[in-house]
Write a protein that binds this ligand. Structure first.
Ligand SMILES: *Cc1c(COP(=O)(O)O)cnc(C)c1O
Length: 348
């Protein structure tokens, strides 16, 4: 039985071209700054983001944490959304390792934080207060169904941060999906910010790796933070080679994943007993619920679909998430709709 895996775009395996590039990669000791492939990847990333410099890190989580450590001192405050990945899913690293306090504001359903909420959260100069150091946004926003934040919104938040002597960091794990969803150059979404983290290992299919980009001064600090966190790798050109293929070949095909998300949503919506949240998915994520007479528990639905070779996740509260990516083509979308239909219609 063929397995079609819609759990996440993190399940993507490297493409044959990536494996070839990895095998042939020129390498050196990156802790000495001597790996030419890592250096090429960092330069390419910085150029695409419209920033001065880049830094390869093993994971997006380390990218966000090293960025926060580079921007903040202990006791400083970072303003972020209450649905932010960094707050919910990064094991409290900012507090545990940085002594940084998150100041949480409500994320709107579109993933933004209201400008007036941010303005109201910025502290004045008073010895009682923590120092408001940083604002962090997420683009695309995972918990907002993969919604993309516009360049204009990002610029407004950056302006607000800079007016108050603060910095803006973007958790852009899926920033290229945001650019594809909005039909803009990725640099328009990142250049207003002071730093960005993005993942090579999600929709871009590389096996490992994320990048941090920002000013030379910021990357200098992030480089030390990466070392502290144990993220200084040696012949990392093996990883960077796949990353270069990701940036050169995989970015421009992301609209295909978004088209398939629409097709998947449309297909699922034809199933009696399935209710799709948004027939026009915001990027590569489709959310649905069981509706009507269904008696399946979330665990039962996932198990029954898995038995038919279709994998997806439970996002909590009876909501299911399916993520499109390179390794699920048109056939996989058809299979998923057929199999979920077979499982659900047996119930009703
Ligand atoms: C995946 C993800 C991360 C972290 O990436 P890892 O490489 O899994 O550590 C950070 N932020 C967002 C929004 C993500 O989706």
């Amino acid at each position: 039985m063929e397995i079609v895996d819609f759990r996440s775009d993190t399940v993507t395996r490297p493409t044959p071209e990536m494996r070839e590039a990895m095998a042939a990669a020129e390498v050196g000791d990156d802790v000495y700054g001597e790996d030419p492939t890592v250096n090429a990847l960092q330069e390419k990333a910085a150029e695409m983001m419209g920033m001065q410099a880049g830094l390869l890190v093993p994971t997006g989580t380390m990218g966000n944490l090293a960025s926060l450590l580079a921007h903040c001192n202990r006791g400083d405050e970072v303003i972020m959304g209450n649905q932010a990945h960094t707050f919910r899913y990064e094991a409290g690293g900012l507090a545990a390792l940085g002594g940084v306090q998150p100041h949480l504001l409500t994320n709107q359903p579109d993933g933004t934080i209201l400008l007036e909420d941010i303005r109201g959260a910025i502290r004045g100069d008073d010895a009682h207060f923590p120092v408001s150091r940083l604002i962090a946004l997420e683009n695309t926003h995972n918990r907002a169904n993969g919604a993309a934040l516009s360049a204009q919104y990002t610029q407004s938040v950056a302006d607000l941060a800079h007016e108050h002597g603060m910095k803006l960091h973007i958790d852009g794990a899926r920033i290229f999906n945001a650019a594809a969803a909005l039909g803009v150059d990725v640099g328009e979404l990142t250049s207003p910010a002071d730093s960005v983290t993005f993942c090579l290992s999600k929709g871009l299919c590389a096996p490992v790796g994320s990048l941090i980009c920002g000013s030379k001064e910021f990357i200098y600090k992030a480089h030390r933070a990466r070392k502290q966190l144990g993220g200084g790798m040696r012949q990392a050109g093996i990883i960077a080679a796949a990353g270069l293929v990701a940036l050169e070949k995989m970015v421009s095909r992301l609209p295909e994943d978004h088209r398939r998300a629409v097709e998947l949503a449309t297909g699922l919506d034809t199933i009696d007993g399935v209710s799709v949240e948004d027939l026009n998915p915001k990027s590569n994520m489709v959310y649905f619920k069981l509706a009507g007479e269904n008696t399946l528990s979330p665990e039962e639905l996932i198990k029954a679909a898995k038995a038919k070779g279709v994998l997806f996740g439970h996002a909590g509260g009876g909501r299911f998430r399916m993520v499109t990516h390179y390794w699920v083509g048109d056939e996989a979308v058809k299979t998923a709709v057929e199999m979920i239909s077979a499982v659900v219609s047996r119930q009703s």
